[in-house]
Ligand binder design. Structure first.
Ligand SMILES: [Zn+2]
Length: 256
Protein backbone atom coordinates (compact mmCIF):
# COMPACT_ATOMS: atom_id res chain seq x y z
CA UNK A 1 0.00 0.00 0.00
CA UNK A 2 1.06 3.55 -0.70
CA UNK A 3 0.83 6.39 1.84
CA UNK A 4 0.76 9.87 0.28
CA UNK A 5 2.01 11.96 3.20
CA UNK A 6 1.38 15.36 1.59
CA UNK A 7 -1.37 16.45 -0.81
CA UNK A 8 -3.84 19.30 -1.31
CA UNK A 9 -7.07 17.73 -2.56
CA UNK A 10 -9.07 20.77 -1.50
CA UNK A 11 -7.29 22.72 -4.26
CA UNK A 12 -9.65 24.08 -6.96
CA UNK A 13 -7.68 22.02 -9.51
CA UNK A 14 -9.74 19.04 -8.26
CA UNK A 15 -13.16 20.73 -8.32
CA UNK A 16 -14.25 18.94 -11.50
CA UNK A 17 -13.64 15.33 -10.41
CA UNK A 18 -12.55 15.27 -6.75
CA UNK A 19 -14.97 12.58 -5.58
CA UNK A 20 -14.36 10.25 -8.50
CA UNK A 21 -10.61 10.62 -8.13
CA UNK A 22 -10.55 9.98 -4.37
CA UNK A 23 -12.94 7.06 -4.76
CA UNK A 24 -10.48 5.41 -7.16
CA UNK A 25 -7.60 5.40 -4.66
CA UNK A 26 -8.12 2.25 -2.55
CA UNK A 27 -8.36 0.00 -5.62
CA UNK A 28 -5.21 1.65 -7.01
CA UNK A 29 -3.25 0.77 -3.87
CA UNK A 30 -3.38 4.23 -2.27
CA UNK A 31 -4.08 3.31 1.34
CA UNK A 32 -3.79 6.66 3.11
CA UNK A 33 -3.46 10.33 2.20
CA UNK A 34 -2.68 13.27 4.47
CA UNK A 35 -4.26 16.47 3.20
CA UNK A 36 -2.15 19.40 4.35
CA UNK A 37 -3.54 22.88 5.09
CA UNK A 38 -1.88 26.07 3.86
CA UNK A 39 -4.36 28.83 4.62
CA UNK A 40 -7.16 29.62 7.08
CA UNK A 41 -9.67 28.71 4.42
CA UNK A 42 -8.10 25.28 3.94
CA UNK A 43 -8.66 24.45 7.63
CA UNK A 44 -12.34 24.14 6.80
CA UNK A 45 -11.99 22.42 3.42
CA UNK A 46 -9.48 19.91 4.78
CA UNK A 47 -11.73 19.17 7.72
CA UNK A 48 -14.59 18.45 5.33
CA UNK A 49 -12.38 16.03 3.40
CA UNK A 50 -11.33 14.18 6.57
CA UNK A 51 -14.99 13.82 7.50
CA UNK A 52 -15.97 12.51 4.07
CA UNK A 53 -13.13 10.03 3.49
CA UNK A 54 -12.06 7.36 5.98
CA UNK A 55 -8.61 6.88 4.50
CA UNK A 56 -7.79 10.59 4.52
CA UNK A 57 -6.11 12.43 7.41
CA UNK A 58 -5.46 16.13 7.87
CA UNK A 59 -2.61 18.39 8.95
CA UNK A 60 -3.56 21.84 10.25
CA UNK A 61 -1.24 24.80 9.96
CA UNK A 62 -0.50 27.96 8.00
CA UNK A 63 2.10 27.97 5.22
CA UNK A 64 4.87 30.60 5.55
CA UNK A 65 3.52 32.40 2.48
CA UNK A 66 0.14 32.83 4.20
CA UNK A 67 1.12 33.68 7.78
CA UNK A 68 0.02 37.26 7.04
CA UNK A 69 -3.50 35.86 7.72
CA UNK A 70 -2.60 35.03 11.30
CA UNK A 71 -3.53 37.01 14.41
CA UNK A 72 -4.15 35.85 17.97
CA UNK A 73 -7.79 35.41 17.04
CA UNK A 74 -7.31 33.47 13.80
CA UNK A 75 -4.55 31.38 15.37
CA UNK A 76 -7.14 29.88 17.70
CA UNK A 77 -8.82 28.41 14.61
CA UNK A 78 -5.60 26.60 13.73
CA UNK A 79 -5.48 25.20 17.26
CA UNK A 80 -9.12 24.07 17.21
CA UNK A 81 -8.62 22.22 13.94
CA UNK A 82 -5.22 20.73 14.81
CA UNK A 83 -6.58 19.14 17.96
CA UNK A 84 -9.25 17.11 16.11
CA UNK A 85 -8.51 13.36 16.19
CA UNK A 86 -8.24 12.99 12.41
CA UNK A 87 -5.64 15.73 12.27
CA UNK A 88 -2.37 13.90 12.67
CA UNK A 89 0.07 16.83 12.39
CA UNK A 90 0.61 20.58 12.48
CA UNK A 91 1.48 21.83 8.99
CA UNK A 92 2.52 22.93 6.68
CA UNK A 93 4.62 25.43 8.58
CA UNK A 94 8.12 26.82 8.11
CA UNK A 95 10.08 29.40 6.16
CA UNK A 96 10.05 30.41 2.50
CA UNK A 97 12.73 32.87 1.42
CA UNK A 98 12.23 32.12 -2.26
CA UNK A 99 8.70 33.39 -2.75
CA UNK A 100 8.82 37.16 -3.29
CA UNK A 101 5.22 37.69 -2.18
CA UNK A 102 5.79 35.97 1.17
CA UNK A 103 5.68 38.00 4.41
CA UNK A 104 8.99 39.31 5.79
CA UNK A 105 11.35 36.91 7.50
CA UNK A 106 10.66 38.06 11.04
CA UNK A 107 6.91 37.52 10.59
CA UNK A 108 7.55 34.07 9.14
CA UNK A 109 9.86 33.13 12.01
CA UNK A 110 7.42 34.34 14.63
CA UNK A 111 4.57 32.18 13.35
CA UNK A 112 6.83 29.23 12.65
CA UNK A 113 7.85 29.26 16.34
CA UNK A 114 4.25 29.66 17.48
CA UNK A 115 3.12 26.71 15.38
CA UNK A 116 6.00 24.57 16.66
CA UNK A 117 4.84 25.39 20.19
CA UNK A 118 1.32 24.37 19.21
CA UNK A 119 2.59 20.99 17.96
CA UNK A 120 4.43 20.44 21.23
CA UNK A 121 1.32 21.38 23.20
CA UNK A 122 -0.84 18.94 21.22
CA UNK A 123 1.79 16.18 21.10
CA UNK A 124 1.61 16.01 17.29
CA UNK A 125 4.43 16.03 14.70
CA UNK A 126 5.02 18.88 12.25
CA UNK A 127 5.04 19.09 8.45
CA UNK A 128 7.80 21.52 7.51
CA UNK A 129 7.93 23.64 4.37
CA UNK A 130 11.43 25.09 3.94
CA UNK A 131 12.59 26.79 0.76
CA UNK A 132 15.93 28.55 0.47
CA UNK A 133 15.93 28.76 4.25
CA UNK A 134 17.83 25.62 5.28
CA UNK A 135 19.92 27.16 8.05
CA UNK A 136 17.23 29.34 9.66
CA UNK A 137 14.78 26.42 9.61
CA UNK A 138 17.33 24.20 11.31
CA UNK A 139 18.24 26.86 13.90
CA UNK A 140 14.60 27.40 14.85
CA UNK A 141 13.93 23.67 15.02
CA UNK A 142 16.92 23.18 17.30
CA UNK A 143 15.94 26.11 19.53
CA UNK A 144 12.40 24.68 19.80
CA UNK A 145 13.84 21.22 20.60
CA UNK A 146 12.26 19.99 17.40
CA UNK A 147 13.69 16.52 17.91
CA UNK A 148 11.15 16.00 20.69
CA UNK A 149 8.31 17.21 18.45
CA UNK A 150 9.24 15.17 15.37
CA UNK A 151 7.97 15.47 11.84
CA UNK A 152 8.83 15.58 8.17
CA UNK A 153 10.73 17.98 5.92
CA UNK A 154 8.29 18.04 3.06
CA UNK A 155 9.64 18.04 -0.53
CA UNK A 156 13.20 17.84 0.75
CA UNK A 157 15.32 19.98 -1.58
CA UNK A 158 18.58 20.55 0.28
CA UNK A 159 22.01 18.92 0.15
CA UNK A 160 23.19 15.67 1.68
CA UNK A 161 24.99 17.68 4.37
CA UNK A 162 21.73 19.36 5.34
CA UNK A 163 19.92 16.03 5.20
CA UNK A 164 22.37 14.75 7.80
CA UNK A 165 21.44 17.63 10.13
CA UNK A 166 17.68 17.10 9.80
CA UNK A 167 18.03 13.34 10.10
CA UNK A 168 20.11 13.95 13.23
CA UNK A 169 17.08 15.70 14.72
CA UNK A 170 15.02 12.59 13.98
CA UNK A 171 13.06 14.04 11.07
CA UNK A 172 11.69 12.16 8.08
CA UNK A 173 12.36 13.39 4.53
CA UNK A 174 9.43 13.74 2.10
CA UNK A 175 10.26 12.49 -1.41
CA UNK A 176 8.06 13.28 -4.40
CA UNK A 177 8.00 13.96 -8.12
CA UNK A 178 11.23 15.97 -8.14
CA UNK A 179 13.11 12.66 -7.75
CA UNK A 180 12.17 11.85 -11.36
CA UNK A 181 13.32 15.14 -12.91
CA UNK A 182 16.44 15.50 -15.04
CA UNK A 183 18.08 17.87 -12.54
CA UNK A 184 17.46 15.56 -9.56
CA UNK A 185 21.11 14.65 -9.02
CA UNK A 186 21.38 16.26 -5.59
CA UNK A 187 18.09 14.77 -4.39
CA UNK A 188 19.06 11.30 -5.63
CA UNK A 189 22.24 11.57 -3.57
CA UNK A 190 20.07 12.26 -0.52
CA UNK A 191 17.81 9.31 -1.39
CA UNK A 192 20.84 6.99 -1.49
CA UNK A 193 22.31 8.49 1.68
CA UNK A 194 19.32 8.60 4.05
CA UNK A 195 18.40 5.55 6.14
CA UNK A 196 15.53 3.74 4.44
CA UNK A 197 13.41 4.03 7.57
CA UNK A 198 13.37 7.85 7.24
CA UNK A 199 11.96 8.32 3.74
CA UNK A 200 8.27 8.95 3.12
CA UNK A 201 6.36 9.36 -0.15
CA UNK A 202 4.48 12.52 -1.03
CA UNK A 203 2.96 14.17 -4.07
CA UNK A 204 2.21 17.78 -3.08
CA UNK A 205 -0.76 17.33 -5.45
CA UNK A 206 -1.80 19.17 -7.58
CA UNK A 207 1.84 20.29 -7.93
CA UNK A 208 5.11 18.57 -8.87
CA UNK A 209 3.85 15.71 -11.04
CA UNK A 210 6.64 13.18 -11.72
CA UNK A 211 8.04 12.50 -15.18
CA UNK A 212 6.61 11.75 -17.72
CA UNK A 213 3.67 13.79 -16.44
CA UNK A 214 5.65 16.84 -15.34
CA UNK A 215 3.62 20.03 -15.76
CA UNK A 216 0.23 18.31 -15.53
CA UNK A 217 -2.04 18.03 -12.48
CA UNK A 218 -0.49 15.62 -10.00
CA UNK A 219 -2.33 13.02 -7.92
CA UNK A 220 -1.45 10.13 -5.61
CA UNK A 221 -2.00 7.78 -8.57
CA UNK A 222 1.42 8.93 -9.87
CA UNK A 223 3.30 7.73 -6.79
CA UNK A 224 4.43 4.41 -8.32
CA UNK A 225 6.77 6.54 -10.49
CA UNK A 226 8.39 7.96 -7.34
CA UNK A 227 8.57 4.49 -5.79
CA UNK A 228 10.41 3.35 -8.91
CA UNK A 229 12.92 6.22 -8.71
CA UNK A 230 13.70 5.37 -5.08
CA UNK A 231 13.89 1.62 -5.80
CA UNK A 232 16.30 2.09 -8.72
CA UNK A 233 18.56 4.38 -6.74
CA UNK A 234 18.71 2.16 -3.70
CA UNK A 235 18.85 -1.15 -5.53
CA UNK A 236 15.64 -2.33 -3.92
CA UNK A 237 12.40 -3.80 -5.20
CA UNK A 238 9.44 -1.49 -5.70
CA UNK A 239 7.30 -3.52 -3.30
CA UNK A 240 9.91 -3.25 -0.59
CA UNK A 241 10.03 0.55 -1.02
CA UNK A 242 6.24 0.72 -0.83
CA UNK A 243 6.13 -1.40 2.29
CA UNK A 244 8.92 0.45 4.09
CA UNK A 245 7.63 3.95 3.27
CA UNK A 246 4.13 2.86 4.35
CA UNK A 247 5.45 1.86 7.75
CA UNK A 248 7.54 5.04 7.97
CA UNK A 249 4.52 7.25 7.25
CA UNK A 250 2.47 5.52 9.93
CA UNK A 251 5.30 6.07 12.40
CA UNK A 252 5.64 9.71 11.30
CA UNK A 253 1.94 10.44 11.84
CA UNK A 254 1.65 8.04 14.80
CA UNK A 255 -1.13 5.99 13.29
CA UNK A 256 -1.37 2.60 14.98
ZN1 LIG B 1 2.25 21.41 0.13
Amino acid sequence: MIFDTHAHYDDPAFDGDRDALLRSFPAAGIGHVTNVCCTLRSLKTTRELTEAWDFLYGAAGIHPESVGELSEETFSRVRETARLPKFVAVGEIGLDYYEKEAPDRETQKKWFRRQLDLARELGKPVVIHSREAAKDTLDILREARGGEIGGVIHCFSYSREMAREYLGLGFFLGIGGVSTYKNARRLLEVIRYAPMDRLVLETDSPYLAPEPHRGTRNSSLNLPLVVRAIAENRGMGAEEVEQQTWENARRLYRIS
